[in-house]
Design a protein. Structure first.
Length: 362
């Protein structure tokens, strides 16, 4: 069946499909990366050699998932100096514009960038490698053109170009993507506010002294940093001052830590001393207090001594073996051992009664 091949160009400079006589061919376009175990390839290493025609698609068709036999080839270009999260987010949006997309990223060379934009921090090789290791990129095109030509679009079989919608004025044009927009091949992405390569460079320039001092301290020479002799001495002196401040700060922190440990140990010692003091006072009161064990022991010993000095008397009704009912008086020196007196007073009373009895007998 007849197929449409890229041939005639439209008035906008974009290749326009034209009828051909080739037999229908299967698409052999490179497929999106399924694994992230290797960096994305370069276009000159694995260029699209598919012979099947790439008919022009509309954005609506691409968003519906057509064509089904090949991925939609989306192109995004830029300088990508100091690759940051804003770049990655823009590429993520370009990659997810359509259900099945193949993202090609063009990176301009150093010569072209210095000519139309200015000096870069990273050289072109570093910028190429940064893009190859972004997870959203399927293929990297080195030395990409500043303005997209029909030949370039046809060579890489690009369906759509993704970029933010802000007009990009450069190379004598108010908007280098104007002809892409007119051809219906432009798909806008959103910029990430608050971060850009210019912002990062501005931070470095603003804090230049800090970075210069840090790199001098790390071993870079003043020549490598493009620092004058006077500034080098100034930066080194400031580094020495900062080191001295850091040492003083460390000594203060260690001193505070030592004082804290001493206070903590003192508190523990005082607490233990108070506990031992309470224990000692409690033991002393238990032994020598009003109701202490010492008083009870003293009372028990006093009672035993009194009992030893005051024997009990025998009962009056006890019978006397071999004696008449008429009891004869006992001599005064005889002490009745069977009935000791109950107290010293009773003993003295018994002695006095015995002496009176003796007087009566006389």
């Amino acid at each position: 069946m007849p197929v449409r091949a890229a041939g005639a160009e439209s008035g906008t400079g974009i290749p326009k499909p034209s009828p051909g006589t080739m037999e229908e061919l299967e698409h052999t376009c490179p497929q999106p990366r399924l694994t992230l175990t290797a960096p994305a390839p370069f276009a000159d290493e694995t260029s699209c050699q598919c012979q099947a025609p790439h008919e022009k698609l509309t954005i609506a068709q691409a968003r519906l998932g057509t064509p089904v036999d090949r991925p939609v080839r989306v192109y995004a270009d830029g300088i990508f100096d100091l690759f940051h999260a804003g770049h990655a987010r823009a590429l993520m949006q370009a990659k997810t514009l359509f259900p099945n997309s193949y993202l090609l990223v063009g990176v301009c060379s150093d010569d072209l960038t210095h000519k139309f934009k200015g000096f870069t921090v990273m050289n072109e090789t570093e910028r190429y490698e940064a893009l190859r290791h972004c997870r959203y990129v399927d293929e990297v095109i080195r030395d990409a053109p500043w303005t997209l030509t029909p030949e370039f679009l046809e060579k890489h079989k690009i369906d759509f170009v993704a970029h933010d919608d802000i007009p990009y004025s450069s190379a004598g044009s108010d908007d280098v993507y104007k002809h892409i927009k007119e051809a219906g091949m432009f798909v806008p992405t959103q910029r990430t506010e608050g971060i850009s390569t210019s912002d990062i460079i501005t931070r470095i320039v603003r804090d230049y002294d800090v970075y210069a001092r840090r790199n001098l301290q790390r071993g870079y020479t003043a020549k490598e940093l493009n620092v004058s002799f006077i500034n080098e001495k100034k930066y080194r002196f400031q580094n020495q001052v900062d080191k001295m401040k850091e040492k003083v700060k460390n000594v203060e922190e260690k001193s505070k830590e030592f004082v804290y440990k001493v206070e903590e140990k003192s508190h523990d010692l005082i607490q233990k001393w108070e506990e031992k003091s309470r224990e000692f006072i409690g033991n002393f009161l238990e032994l020598f207090g009003p109701d202490g064990a010492w008083k009870q022991m003293f009372q028990e010993r006093s009672g035993r001594m009194l009992q030893a000095f005051s024997p009990r008397q025998s009962p009056n009704s006890s019978p006397t073996r071999g004696r008449s009912p008429s009891r004869s008086p006992s001599p005064p020196w005889v002490i009745n051992k069977t009935s000791p007196p109950s107290s010293p007073k009773a003993a003295s009373a018994s002695l006095s009664s015995m002496s009176e009895g003796d007087e009566d007998e006389k």
